[in-house]
Write a protein that binds this ligand. Structure first.
Ligand code: MG
Length: 390
């Protein structure tokens, strides 16, 4: 069976948090806090199975939070953290794991490296916990007044995960069951005389207790995302000439006009410029490279499919479109009445919100080929977020 099981404890009430939704299920970067914690273990190759200990009342929140993750069924916790851990440990007995890593569900930003270090130490010791050395000077106070300075040498701040050889920690918890409340599992292990090693934790492995902690976790995640992603911009330009006809296609819309635009496809100059902008941001050539005009398949083609292709290419690069901006240049037809519909169509094609799409129209004051009514020009920019080095 699973050699190492992660037990994630999320059965507390989070009374210091004061939100409508229980703290463990509050959203952090769009995902429930507990999902972040569980995912860290579910994604780690050294962990065979993951089980959460939850409040029975929270079952609906839990089911929604973990959708799509492969986890053992959760078990209900007890009145205290120590009791909840013991319940969780007892539930694992049937699985006979060799080792267990116990983690606070409210520590959502657990780096895989910390799990690695705890696992490595367990090869040599029955217990190992993540911790950080105390850097601040410590004061002892009475009624708000300093009565002494505590030497910080040899002092550590305990984090989780705390890992143990499973039979040893189960036994320690059973023995501690009737004793006074212990605030972490290392204390339970110590009480049972188990040797526990300290391994380096991580500064970002914070415990979310207050709304301020949640804001800090958001900032840490956003900072990490900024380090992992980069922003790229591309531009596109296109012109099609007028020919006899009764409508033009612009930004995916059929707009009645006394002339048509000439082109191999549907001659949607706006979508062509935009497709080139998206391809440009990917450094992926231009529309002619991907859809050669010499290919009869694109005769009269709906240009929406060219843009959809570029959109899918962004997804294939694990990127996303931040915003696009299109300028259509012509004297006629008048485009203002169609602006909102064009924005909606482009947003639909790109599968992004309309607030990320801009469509503008201008004339050239009667000057040049657009001024003489010989055709329509369009230019576009597209801004993407792409994984760094991708
Ligand atoms: Mg074109």
């Amino acid at each position: 069976m699973a050699g190492t099981v992660a037990l994630v404890v999320a059965a507390g009430r989070g009374e210091r948090f004061g939100a409508d939704v229980p703290k463990q299920y509050t959203l952090l970067a769009g995902r429930p806090l507990l999902r972040h914690s569980l995912s860290a273990f579910a994604a780690h190759p050294g962990i065979g199975a993951v089980r959460a200990v939850i409040r029975s009342d929270d079952r609906d929140h839990y089911d929604r939070a973990v959708e799509g993750l492969t986890l053992l069924d959760p078990v209900p916790g007890g009145a205290s953290r120590q009791e909840s851990v013991r319940e969780g440990l007892e539930s694992l007995e049937i699985l006979t794991p060799e080792r267990v890593l116990i983690h606070d569900g409210a520590r959502p930003l657990l780096p895989g490296g910390v799990i690695d270090r705890v696992l490595a130490a367990l090869d040599e010791m029955p217990g190992a916990i993540a911790a950080l050395p105390v850097a601040d000077t410590l004061k002892r106070s009475e009624q708000g007044r300093i009565v002494g300075t505590v030497a910080r040498e040899g002092l550590w701040r305990a984090q989780t995960p705390q890992g143990f050889h499973y039979p040893a920690i189960l036994d320690a918890h059973r023995k501690a069951a009737t004793g006074s409340e212990l605030t972490d599992d290392a204390a339970v292990a110590e009480a049972a005389g188990l040797a526990v090693r300290l391994v380096e934790g991580a500064a970002e492995n914070i415990k979310v207790t207050t709304p301020g902690d949640l804001a800090q976790a958001e900032a840490l995640l956003a900072g990490g995302a900024a380090l992992l992603a980069e922003t790229r911009t591309g531009s596109g330009f296109d012109v099609h000439r007028f020919a006899p006809g009764d409508h033009v296609n612009l930004c995916g819309l059929r707009i009645p006009h006394e002339r048509a635009l000439l082109g191999h496809s549907d001659a949607d100059v706006g979508l062509h410029a935009l497709t080139d902008a998206v391809l440009g941001a990917l450094s992926a050539g231009d529309i002619g490279l991907h859809f050669p005009p010499s290919d009869p398949r694109w005769r009269g083609a709906d240009s929406g499919q060219f843009l959809a292709y570029a959109r899918d290419l962004v997804t294939a690069h694990k990127g996303r479109i931040i915003n696009v901006d299109i300028t259509l240049i012509c004297e006629a037809p008048k485009l203002a009445p169609h602006r909102d519909a064009m924005i909606e169509r482009v947003a639909e094609l790109l599968r992004i919100g309309t607030e990320r799409v801009s469509v503008k129209a201008t004339t050239t004051e009667g000057l040049g080929f657009t001024g003489r009514g010989e055709g329509i020009a369009a230019q576009a920019t597209a801004t993407l977020s792409l994984p760094r080095g991708g």
